[in-house]
Design a protein around this ligand. Structure first.
Ligand SMILES: CC(C)(COP(=O)(O)OP(=O)(O)OC[C@H]1O[C@@H](n2cnc3c(N)ncnc32)[C@H](O)[C@@H]1OP(=O)(O)O)[C@@H](O)C(=O)NCCC(=O)NCCS
Length: 185
């Protein structure tokens, strides 16, 4: 049983919404880019079939409630900038993990900060979660800055936790508590 349902959230510049078939070319562009995928948990996409499989998995998770991965689009023209997600939901402990990626041309504009602020508000206020977690590669300094600006705290370093493309890498584990988030808003 899960409460992770696809929703639509708006921010001053962005709309976070369920992903649809028409997003496939943009999804492929984002998740085939080597810089975007440098520290991701699976290799870069190499063809559209993989993008289609990815979209099918995302839409299946909308159905079974195991995860919610939303597209991040510009309100002004609808361009899909990236995605953000809640997954690894633990109902009894009221926690979930977050994941996120922006297309390479869109880094450095504060878009992910804005999108995750809305997603975190949704997780803590509407879904009544108490804790959010993030698992990042220690070399992913851009992602660490994004998390720390949002108030996530570094909680641990797990050695040799991932093997992607034959490369072994560590995890830095981050956590954000609802009470901390509320105290800073
Ligand atoms: C992680 C990732 C989303 C960060 O992208 P980002 O654009 O730096 O994200 P933010 O929204 O936090 O943007 C903050 C940056 O925008 C700048 N910025 C510009 N205009 C801004 C605005 N109006 N508001 C806030 N920040 C703004 C900030 O100064 C900051 O730059 P800095 O980090 O050089 O100081 C991006 O690097 C990415 O998609 N990486 C690949 C996927 C990935 O690794 N995901 C995480 C896996 S765990």
């Amino acid at each position: 049983m899960s409460v992770l349902e696809p929703v639509t959230l708006t921010t001053p510049r962005l709309i976070l919404r369920p992903l649809i078939e028409a997003d496939l070319p943009a999804l492929f562009a984002i998740f085939s880019h080597p810089e975007v995928m440098r520290y991701w948990s699976y290799p870069a996409l190499t063809d559209m079939t993989q993008a289609r499989d990815m979209l099918q998995r995302i839409q299946a998770s909308y159905q079974d409630g195991s995860a919610v991965r939303l597209g991040i689009a510009l309100r002004c023209d609808g361009v899909l900038l990236g995605t953000c997600a809640l997954f690894n939901f633990h109902e009894a402990s009221r926690r979930a993990e977050i994941g996120y990626a922006l297309g390479r041309p869109h880094w450095g504009n504060g878009y992910m900060h804005e999108a995750l602020t809305a997603l975190i508000n949704h997780a803590f206020a509407s879904l009544d979660l108490l804790r959010l977690e993030a698992d990042i590669d220690p070399r992913n300094t851009g992602s660490a800055r994004t998390l720390e600006r949002l108030g996530f705290q570094k909680e641990g370093h797990l050695r040799e936790r991932w093997v992607v493309n034959g490369e072994v890498s560590d995890t830095v584990w981050y956590g954000l508590l609802r009470r901390e988030w509320q105290n800073t808003r």
